[in-house]
Design a protein around this ligand. Structure first.
Ligand code: HEC
Length: 121
């Protein structure tokens, strides 16, 4: 019994560490280096329209892509390279992993439904 008490702080610490990793990811997704991923990739990474405009082709829309199915490696690459629209962030791998884990957790239902329907086909 005495030994269990000694383990308690460790268990609490582990729990807190997990929660803060999620919150850390949430915070980073919402506001990394001042430009939010959310503004372009939507609340949960599902993608959204950034802006609509009209040019010689008529009505056009600039969209942030759906990033829910991107792997961690793809995310690290995307965040650390130059694009036409998306800014380069210089986030560490740990920071990108926190964002990745946050999106995985937020999309648990979507991702599990996807795997289920994949096996039916
Ligand atoms: C200003 C809008 C904008 C912001 C802010 C932004 N992105 Fe993007 N992102 C895009 C667009 C648009 C693309 C498609 C590639 C391109 O043309 O830039 C993209 C591509 C990606 C891809 C690759 C998707 C693929 O098709 O392989 C990932 C992953 C990604 N973004 C993650 C992020 C993360 C994580 C953040 C925040 C740290 C972020 N983006 C911030 C607009 C944005």
């Amino acid at each position: 019994m005495k030994r269990l008490w000694m383990l308690l702080p460790l268990m609490l610490w582990a729990e807190e560490d997990f929660i803060s990793h999620y919150e850390y990811g949430e915070m980073l997704y919402a506001n990394p280096r001042g430009i939010s991923c959310m503004q372009c990739h939507g609340k949960s990474g599902e993608g959204q329209t950034i802006v609509e405009y009209r040019d010689t082709n008529g009505k056009e829309a600039l969209r942030g892509s759906d990033i829910r199915l991107n792997t961690l490696d793809e995310m690290i690459n995307a965040v650390n390279s130059y694009h036409k629209v998306m800014p380069r962030y210089y986030l560490t791998e740990e920071e990108v992993k926190a964002i990745y884990d946050y999106l995985q957790k937020k999309n648990t239902v979507y991702l599990s439904e996807l795997t289920e329907s994949d096996t039916i086909q």
